[in-house]
Design a protein around this ligand. Sequence first.
Ligand code: BEZ
Length: 208
Amino acid sequence: MALQLGDIAPNFTAETTEGTINYHEWLGDSWGVLFSHPADYTPVCTTELGRTAKLKEEFDKRNVKVCALSVDSLEDHKGWILDINATQHTSVNFPIIADENKEVAEKYGMLHPNASTTFTVRSVFIIDPDKKIRLTITYPASTGRNFNEILRVIDSMQLTDQYSVATPVDWKKGDKVVVAPTIPTEEARKKFPNEVEEIRPYLRLTDL
Ligand code: BEZ
């Protein structure tokens, strides 16, 4: 069965461009983003990995370790990194797993045979410090991902883990949040530091 939210992210040991890693040990107490791409030396993937490298500071701020994967060889990854660095004006600063035997891809369901019989699709897994899978998204090969969206979801999860709130449509850091439906408005008004606006008894907004 496909991995689901709340499942423990399967552990693995793999060869990467930064040496052999045991995934759970490598994550330690960090959050993780594990994402697959179809193939090295392809245009969309080149832009995606370049963008990821440029976002290192943003991932670090959120205590997130990023790791990429494809079924290409370590040698291919290493050669391609030089191209990513040159064409995207960056320096790849995260490991890329060389999953030639497809062991990790199989564990995470990154191979979708009806989409491609050879390549991994564009899967994204966000994993929390308890190693639980908190988000999965799958994109087709022809569509590059929006890494700002990945950061946005991490911001939401880190906030909603801390307070009894949820984040509404198109929320971004600094916007109003919604009070969890389990908290009555009067209680919410005592609990939260800022005004709680009641639009409906089940729809209450506040700033955090
Ligand atoms: C790309 O990264 O450009 C790509 C990879 C596989 C299929 C289509 C596009």
